[in-house]
Write a protein that binds this ligand. Sequence first.
Ligand code: HEM
Length: 377
Amino acid sequence: MSFSMLRAPVCKAAFSTPSVSQFALRNQFRRFATGPASSEPVKSGGKSWLIGGGLLAFGGVGYYLYSTNPDLFKEAGTAAKSSVQAAKVATKFTPAQEDYQKVYNKIVQLVEDAGDYDDGSYGPVLVRLAWHASGTYDKETGTGGSNYATMRFEPEAKHGANNGLNIARDIMEGVKKEFPWISYGDLWTLGGVCAIQEMSGPKIPWRPGRIDGFATEATPDGRLPDASQGADHLRSIFYRMGFNDQEIVALSGAHALGRCHTDRSGFDGPWTFSPTTVTNDYFKLLFDERWIWKKWSGPKQLVDKKTGTLMMLPTDYVLTQDKSFKKFAKAYADDQDLWFKDFSKAVSTLFELGVPTQQFVSSEPWILKTKEEQEEK
Ligand code: HEM
């Protein structure tokens, strides 16, 4: 079974252009989400009219939208969530870097609390969530990417490529409860950053500013790579996001982490012997092991001849077959520092795809501290 077989039909609504009123509504939220800083929290009574007024105003806009575009109200859940978010922001709490560090620390706790799950960490599945939330970006139309966290909506949540990511979204929901002011796009990408850094990976520069969008902004199926395909497919998917060959190879090194699950993608097994540690072993193994096609009734994948316990997807193996990809893959196999440097840069770019620069709260991305660094202090 391949990704394409698992894919759900494309929802027409996903293609529809948001109406003027939707833009107006979204801009209203954007204003809230990037409002001016204030250190003064709203206590009670006095300013609560502000929140109530905001919600009333929201109700007015809502009625207008309903009367002009009833379809929009199929997204009532989103509207409600966004209004809650707007109300939170109306309490004038403006999170600072240290508040995001607190969210990061909470994610660390949950990642480590994985018990018997997979290899004992939720880290890899959080990285996959952050990547699938971002990798839908299309540079031609400016649609997709991490800005609107549209994987919350069907049909995007049900796209075959996103199978199993409900686990990661549920974990993140636990964090959102404690820090309701953070947008889903910021939360999910921060989850990816945190997982990579805590699993001994390089620092991933990151900054907040993504806002929650609407179901109409959900992306059509087919924007994420199909693991059963070759070099042309990889290029067409990643070039669409704005990446080049070197970046495609650098990003693929994320498969040092985690594993494939037969009940999610249909593929089976981990890529490396250390699936909860970020190393360049993925590249080393690609060149050092002999890879043979697995004999089974599942989708076409490779296994290592020596132990039969590791796997490579056709799209992983192609990094050793395509001349241009191979050059970079070999360089990363020979030099972990080089891969860390390029991986960090490419992941940071990936997680910002689709987010207008003016939405970010700072001109330069931040470097958040690992748990270990904070303990050393
Ligand atoms: C190059 C094209 C890519 C293809 C075709 C691909 C495909 C896949 C597939 C089929 C799985 C297994 C899902 C499952 O069964 O649970 C997977 C897992 C994973 N992918 Fe990719 N992927 C690609 C690129 C990336 C990128 C760019 C990243 C991150 C930067 C990434 C990070 C991960 C991680 C961490 C997992 C493990 C998830 C887990 O253990 O639950 N992948 N990928």
